[in-house]
Every structure is written in C-alpha cells, then in structure tokens.
Design a protein around this ligand. Sequence first.
Ligand SMILES: O=C(O)Cc1ccc(OCc2ccccc2)cc1
Ligand SMILES: [Zn+2]
Length: 261
Amino acid sequence: GACCSYRLRDALHPLWQSPLTIPGGTRQSPINIQWRDSVYDPFLKPLKISYDPTTCLHIWNNGYSFLVEFDDSTDRSIIIGGPLENQYRLKQFHFHWGAINDWGSEHTVDSKFYPAELHLVHWNAVEYPSFEDAVMEGNGLAVIGVFLKLGARHEGLQTLVDALPAVRHKDTVIEFDVFDPSCLIPSCPDYWTYAGSLTTPPLTESVTWIIKKKPIEVDEDQLEAFRMLLFTSDGEEEKRMVDNFRPLQPLMNRTVRSSFR
Ligand SMILES: O=C(O)Cc1ccc(OCc2ccccc2)cc1
Ligand SMILES: [Zn+2]
C-alpha cells in the first residue's frame, strides 16, 4: 500500500541509492550526543596522535566527499590510547558539510548541527591484514570526528582548499604529497567516544568513534570552497556536492562516554 511504498522510498536516500537503514543494526552512526547523558569515564586515556606528513598521497573526489589518502603500508601515521586497545593506522580523512551554515555535520551536540565535520579514518592493523578486512570487524576502525564552526580562517585547511578546484568532478585525483592532518585537530584533549558504524555504504558496525569536544574554526570562503565540489563526473549535468551527511540514527542501547568531567 501507499504507506509501505512511502517507507521504502524514504529509506532509499537519493545520495546513496542503497538502504539508509541496516536491517537489525544496533550501533549505527551518526547520533546526537546529549551532553548531560554522557558518562565521564576516568579510565579513558589521552588520545596520542602521531602522523608523518610525508605519508600523504593524494586528494580525490569519490562522489560522496573529497578524501585525502595516506600510505598505510607501515605504522608511520598512527593513533593510540584514548578508548583504543591497539594502535590504529591513518588511512584517509574527509569531510561532511551542508548547503548552508545551519547544518552539515553528521553528529550533533545537544541537537545542534555544525556547518561541517571532519572524519579521520584509522584501521586496526595489529589484528587485521587490510583496511577492507578491518571495515567488517567490530573493532576494526577508529574515526576521529572534529566539528568545524564558522570563524577565523584556518591556515592549515587553506592548503587543502587551494587544491579543491583540481578535484571538482567525481573520480578526479591530484597528488598531495606533504600534509600533517594534526593541524586540523584541536589541542584541547577532551572527547566523547561511543561504538558506531560507517556513515556511508557499507554502513558496517566497525567504528569506535572519538568525537572532539572543541570545534576548529574555518571561514565562510573555506566552507564555500567545499560547496563548489560536484557529486557528478565531468560531462554529466552538474550536481553540487552539499548535504553529504547521513541522517541521525537511534542511540538504542548505547552510552556515550566522555574523557572529561
Ligand atoms: O568517516 C566515516 O564516514 C566512516 C567511514 C569510514 C570508512 C569508510 O570506508 C569506506 C570503504 C569501505 C570499504 C572499502 C572501501 C571504502 C567509509 C566511511
Ligand atoms: Zn565521514
């Protein structure tokens, strides 16, 4: 009947043309982080980040976002500590953003959206032979989320922004051989952490999320540069790459822990 086709249509999000909900999913992402419901965990360690800027390889537009990918064949760029049992290798980072500044982040804090959100994706190379294998395992990935808010121009981000016109269309790539992504991570050590999933297909429940409490500041021109990218390939009818964030998912039986009181 009409109701069920409505539900089906609603579940096939235009951006992903695949089911937006995982049947039986119990730890999907993103979620709203209700600050007062998060639980301080004194046993959470500080997150230790050590990236080698020369592991940076290229920037490419994959049709969902723009990704900066790293050489993950050794342990030169890793994170360790925080909620993590092992060290995790940096694979790529990318962003999610809105058409306007009122929304764009994937996670929200007390139901507030930020205009954009950075995801630094790492995988458990101690226990699994490849990123693709780790993506299928409950403790396979660790993603650091950093909120972007409108404010002062971010000089470190600008080197990325300057490269974006070269990857305007889907499946374009340019070499990008030195970049230290730690310049995009706030110095404040405070974070929330919870067990979640990829927010793009295959939506597997393999991510330990580490969401930084403090946002970084970027300016309007830098956000506008993100919005100039295209979902579409060269020669296709242009569709601006905006609103590439997944809708909020139910918290279900999960607690968000904080590293701070
Ligand atoms: O940062 C996020 O949105 C979570 C996220 C993390 C990893 C990811 O990888 C997609 C991918 C999975 C398998 C093979 C190739 C690429 C996709 C999304
Ligand atoms: Zn992401």
